[in-house]
Design a protein around this ligand. Sequence first.
Ligand code: GLU
Length: 472
Amino acid sequence: MSQIVTRFAPSPTGYLHIGGARTALFSWAYAKSKGGKMLLRIEDTDRERSTEAAVVALINGLKWLGLDWDGEPVSQFGRAGRHAEVARDLVKAGHAYYCYSSPAELDQMREEARAAGKPPRYNGYWRDRDPSEAPAGVSPVIRIKAPPTGDIVVNDHVQGKVVFKSENLDDFIILRSDGTPTYMHAVVVDDHDMGVTHIIRGDDHLTNAARQIVIYNAMGWAVPEMAHIPLIHGPDGAKLSKRHGALGVEAYRQMGYLPEAVRNYLARLGWSHGDDEIFSTDQMVEWFSLEGLNKGAARFDFVKLENINGHYIREAAPAYLYGVMLATAAEIGRQDDVDGLSGNKDTVLSALPELQPRAKTVLELIDLAQFIYASRPLSIDAAASALLTSDARSVLHEMAETLRGLNEWSVPAIDGAMRALAEAKGLKLGKLAQPLRAALTGRTVSPGIFEVMVLIGREESMARLQDQISAA
Ligand code: GLU
């Protein structure tokens, strides 16, 4: 078989939304799995909605997800001349015609169809009429001659054999009176000219596929293989709303998801390889097949995404995570964190292996790292405050005394001293560790508290302790 060519054809309307990202991922994985190419076509014919900023957002979204494409992105708008040429060729070949019907006439046709209990549609008035009858001064549209009878069959890799009745299709417009192509026509001409062999897209385009096949057939072009994937729904089965995750991929980045986790999760959303939940991108490419695409609607589940993200955070190299934490803090405008992270790189790096198992998102990781660079006196969260009772503060005082006497500031030395103190007071070690953690981190969750003390150092530890003792 000749080389597989897929494409991702987003409309630049603001961002790369999560459904589009999944379509891109599948098109990319399929091309990669077959040693083929994925092309990128920006469907920017709607000039009012397509902005340069939206194109940049799309491209950045794809790059962040780690999806690349072959060659330069193609601008659909830039190919308008070619779309018009094909439409005129179709007229010459007798497969399309100029239609001069006025808006009022079209309204009347729709009314008549409705009155006859039929779907409102164009009645083919100009289909076989001689061009000499054309009214003066009217710029015509070009309509394709849709087959009046018979079936149009979409042999879809996901949906199976889908049959559309030709009689339900009217002679739809392929070129507007201003010479611009309709979406339906532009997609076909572009996919053909770009050599696309496989179209993978959302199943909201399935009925378009029937119309597009009419154009392929009229041009005598081979119809590409098609795979229409079910859209993503919310956990309740309803259409995906913002609350459910219908957001741009940059929103996921800002919420602290790693691209490899989003990639893995999106892959699972509508595609499966046995029961595998976690797999690398290489494995996905190796395993990917159109047969693995699911027919049922996928349900977006934040909890699953979080769990997968937690997995990738645990597995990641600290140096990589450090970079992501810094970039995320900067992107969401948390300057204190940017300063703290940049000023304490080595400490953050050595703390990360302790923090990683405790975080599901990069934002949680940043929160967990804040104890390293928090400025004194620490702000103590509500749960930690509740632990700092006056009894606890007097125990803190005793701990401070003991710690001051240590010759060596190391985990074993601190651990030994604290155990001895706990024993002497007839308390469990946890009774000491809890207020200690609250005083030193302002939180009730942190890495091992003795590790924390070594990480932030003797001086800072004693100063934070003293802050809470004096606050009593
Ligand atoms: N531009 C269309 C969209 O963003 C996709 C068209 C296609 O894949 O054929 O929904």
